[in-house]
Design a protein around this ligand. Sequence first.
Ligand code: AMP
Length: 509
Amino acid sequence: MTFESLGLSAPVLQAVAEKGYTQPTPIQEKAIPIVLMGRDVLGCAQTGTGKTASFVLPMIDILAEGRAKARMPRSLILEPTRELAAQVAENFDMYGKNHKLNKALLIGGVSFDDQERALERGVDVLIATPGRLLDHFERGKVLLNDVKVLVIDEADRMLDMGFIPDVERIVGLLPPLRQTLFFSATMPPEIKRLADRFLSNPKEVSVSPPASTAKNIVQGLAVVGDEDKREALRRLIREQDIKNAIVFCNRKRDVALLQGSLKKHGFNAGALHGDMSQPARMETLDRFKQGEIQILVASDVAARGLDIADMSHVFNFDVPFSPEDYVHRIGRTGRAGKTGHSFTLATPAEGDLVQAIEKLIGADIPRVPIPGMEALALEAGDGRRGRGRGRGRGRGGRPERGEGRGPRPDRGEHRTPRETPTATAEAAPVETAPRPPREPRPHREDRPSRPPHEGRESRPPRESRESRPARVSGGQHPSRRERRPERDDGTQKRGLGDHVPAFLSRPSR
Ligand code: AMP
């Protein structure tokens, strides 16, 4: 199929041709004609599939006619992170260069003034993270009753980041008569329910089964003691032919520590996490994209959805708490048909987390040894996706040798990373293995994956909202939250601290 057959206008086709794309990707093939028809779309697609252009290209044509009034955007794209929002804005510049569309990017971490000025001029396309958009709305700087096209991108991430209440509020401010395009990499029941509420008779388009891992990513997993992880990572990096790599950590404090350690050992490493200022994040990202930084140590929240061309490797320094994050993380490599490599370091106690990932992707992740290091075995879990189970050992809590149950018999022999099988040989089973039925996602309160405030880093400093006490999304029970390690948002819970109000110490009748 060609772009010409999709019904796009000549100026859009010209911009696409100048970008060098010759063929639409499957999601573009399926979604573009439907969007041009004015229908709602429920799209199940990950970043890396060409999803952005699948809504940006037809939107440019839809918005080509008409003029925007001051403070009344004609279309709205909601993104979970600043970086993703910025990427979408770049896409509008690139594909819309033959049109005169005004756009505004409303993200946290940068001044309100420029954003207000852009809104005042009238915008055809408003690209925003939910928090900053609501801030502008509350200040009376934006009105949403003229929005004709709404895009909710990365809906599952919005859910994970605790943004859904904000998204619901924003959707409530929009006119009911509009076109809605709703994209999510995965379609857990909560997301499906949300889609049912926001969309009207949508056409469903799906380019890969929910949460499948790309065929062209060669995956490997090494089980090592907690205190050996840095050494293991260094050995893996040295063993691999790395062009550029992201190393994901579960906690932001580990991001900075690991980056320092890698630099000390002579690696060209940068860091990206939610505590950095937005300009610093953008600069680091830019240097990584330019190849000035080879290894980017990052937290999930900072690296979500990044579109880095030709990323050769992804390393998981920690097994992600949520199996969906595994799919997102490794999806940073193996993009646009290239072969990518992903290696995950697991400690024996993380058997449950690994099991949950393997259940989700419908395949075992091939075990790889670290050269010169003893391969440990994962402890068999009880099947619960319990975050931090077994973490009571502490950081130096190496299990006794043999404490685990030994390698699973179906793992096959160990290979060195250099001998890691080719994409076709090894990754194919990942796709073809029958997928077991997915367990229902636990209720938010029980879900160990992310703290409710992880996404709050995208929020700007605000008088009104910031001064409120931290919201505990999902009614998280303090005792459960206190057990959690600090995450990228720094929301380790304090509960009442040392202060116990008098009324609590009164004996109850
Ligand atoms: P996305 O899924 O939107 O993040 O896009 C992933 C990457 O694919 C981006 O670098 C796009 O520039 C690129 N891309 C989008 N559409 C095409 C296409 N039709 N042909 C080749 N590359 C594309």
